[in-house]
Design a protein around this ligand. Structure first.
Ligand code: IPM
Ligand code: MN
Length: 358
């Protein structure tokens, strides 16, 4: 593999702990000459507020944009809960997604069969579950204008704008089609078209783009029903295509099927760059205790190899190593309250397993 420059955001709270475990793997791959990855660190969220009084700086945004890929751990800390929106940690992440034009968010929901008993659902409902959420990431009510607070006859009002343009829906739908063609050719598009104009345009646009793809089975589903169906019968889904806000909520719900949100990675893509991050947040309640599960972060690294560097071999080795370690009965505290190994130990176990497979 030619030399690659990646930009790493350890971020907030548990972020640095899980970053350490991913870096161990990168260092090993570099030492054994399987990769030539140079990495540089940057600050986002609370970590950036601490230093620069901004949740991300322009210089950092540009450095990230010029890299070959970005790895991000987690953003958010209660320390800045009372800040106004533009000075909240999460704003840094949203600006970063927008700056890098990461309109595609891929959230694979899969179950390690060793862990099926950890799911809140019966094992037969989730054994061999394999669905993928394709979430539009830089539109919707997250970014719509106008937004803010106003005074209406002495009553304070907070407001946002939920909106999608045809071109935004079109590009994410095209991506969902590409993914569906490589999978079981079934797309469930989520909306709330019985109530929202924004969703009506979403649905019409999805229908229009899907014309000519009669080999793909398309279904529209209202988001409330989708939330129910994900819990009732998750194996009915293959590709879930969703607007930003609904995707945020549905992906947290779907993550619970797998036993722990600490297991799931994600990829956010533009036409030119990818950013890879766990789908979980910064978990302030467990930060600094050595109990966080580093697997979502390590699997995010695997997704970086898969989607940006075209190294399916390394992605497979990392995934297999995680599987083997879980299979051997080693769990972090999110999965096993009484008998668990630390973040560091889990990282080491996975690394040992990678070394055996390389
Ligand atoms: C996610 C997170 C973010 C989101 C937050 C941290 C802004 O919940 O990636 O799902 O809402 O997109
Ligand atoms: Mn979320």
């Amino acid at each position: 593999m030619s030399k690659k420059n990646i930009f790493i955001f350890p971020g907030d709270e548990i972020g640095p702990e899980i970053t350490t475990e991913a870096i161990k793997i990168i260092d090993f791959l570099n030492e054994s000459k399987m990769t030539d990855i140079h990495y540089e660190f940057g600050d986002v969220g609370g970590a950036s507020l601490d230093k620069y009084n901004k949740p991300i700086t322009d210089e950092t945004l540009e450095k990230a944009r010029k890299s070959d890929a970005v790895l991000l751990a987690s953003v958010g800390t209660p320390k800045y809960d009372n800040n106004t929106r533009e000075l909240k940690p999460e704003h840094g992440l949203l600006v970063l997604r927008k700056h890098l034009n990461l309109y595609i968010n891929i959230r694979p929901i899969f179950v390690f069969n060793t862990l099926s008993e950890f799911s809140s659902l019966k094992s037969e409902l989730i054994n061999d579950l394999d669905l993928v959420i394709i979430r539009e990431l830089i539109g919707d009510v997250y970014f719509g204008e106008p937004r803010g607070f106003k005074d209406v006859n002495g009553d304070k009002v907070g407001y946002n704008t939920m909106q999608y343009s045809e071109s935004e829906v079109q590009r994410i739908t095209k991506f969902a089609i590409d993914i569906a063609l490589k999978r079981n050719k079934h797309i469930t598009s989520v909306d709330k078209a019985n109530v929202l104009e924004c969703s009506q345009l979403w649905r019409q646009t999805v229908d229009r783009i899907m014309e000519g793809h009669s080999n793909i089975d398309l279904q529209h589903m209202y988001v409330d029903n989708a939330a129910m169906q994900i819990i009732k019968n998750p194996k009915q889904f293959d590709v879930i295509l969703t607007p930003n806000l609904f995707g945020d909520i549905l992906s947290d719900a779907a993550s619970m099927l797998t036993g722990s949100i600490g297991l799931l990675p994600s990829a956010s893509l533009s036409e030119t760059i990818g950013m890879f991050e766990p789908i979980h947040g910064s978990a302030p309640d467990i930060a600094g205790k050595g109990v966080v599960n580093p697997i979502a972060m390590i699997l995010s690294l695997a997704m970086m190899f898969e989607y940006t560097f075209d190294r399916q071999d390394l992605a497979r080795i990392i995934k297999k190593s995680v599987d083997d370690v879980l299979e051997s009965g080693y769990f972090t505290k999110d999965l096993s309250q009484n008998d668990y190994i630390t973040t560091n130990e889990m990282g080491d176990k996975i690394l040992e397993s990678i070394k055996k497979l390389c």
